[in-house]
Design a binder for this molecule. Structure first.
Ligand code: ADP
Length: 185
């Protein structure tokens, strides 16, 4: 199961590198300081160039460090995507420190921001599942369920939402969850 449609929006799974996606926006699994880091964050800043960090710096000067669950939007710089939406996922501490709620907020905030900019397409990485240690299976469930809940509860300009999975394991985890969701529909 690689695709599912909810209302007017298609959800798609794709294995690859998020920096190469041509959706209107790509989402960055950033950290609170927004100054770049490892993993997907480092890849986005390397490929997007200095225009992204310049905008991040002025955002931080205006609103301070980003608390987990929030999202902000910048240019995509040299990336094929026009915008980067930076969100800060929760660090996994065992699951009793509101990690699922915060992770869900990340997806909802990004979708809301994309909708407010009238964007048609967005790509998400598997937020928090790298350095932040969120178990990939539980994170996939939160990612898909919060996205589907958002689409059921809100009007959106988004016609395409892509989940970019970097490795085989995440890809098969998402595939299994999506199959279970569409069997339930
Ligand atoms: P976090 O700090 O939120 O855990 P990471 O960047 O460490 O963020 O990891 C998040 C997920 O992004 C991981 O599943 C990792 O494999 C994946 N990832 C790393 N680089 C890329 C990339 N270029 N494109 C898509 N996904 C990536």
């Amino acid at each position: 199961m690689e695709e599912i449609t909810i209302g007017n929006t298609m959800l798609r799974l794709f294995q690859g590198d998020i920096t190469r996606q041509t959706t209107d926006a790509i989402v960055n699994a950033a950290n609170s300081g927004l100054m770049g880091g490892g993993g997907v964050d480092g890849a986005i800043h390397r490929a997007g160039g200095p225009a992204i960090v310049d905008e991040c710096r002025s955002i931080i000067m205006q609103i301070g460090r980003l608390t987990p669950g929030r999202a902000v939007i910048t240019t995509g710089g040299n990336l094929p995507a026009k915008y980067v939406i930076h969100t800060v996922g929760p660090i996994w501490h065992g699951g009793n420190r509101r990690e699922p709620e915060i992770l869900s907020d990340c997806y909802t905030q990004c979708l809301g921001l994309a909708t407010s900019k009238n964007l048609k397409s967005i790509s998400f990485p598997a937020i928090s599942t790298g350095a932040y240690g969120y178990p990939p299976d539980e994170a996939a469930q939160v990612a898909l369920n919060s996205t589907i809940d958002y689409l059921k509860r809100n009007k959106t300009s988004l016609e395409l939402i892509v989940f970019i999975l970097f490795d085989n394991q995440s890809c098969s985890i998402y595939r299994n969850h999506l199959a279970a969701i569409s069997a339930d529909k």
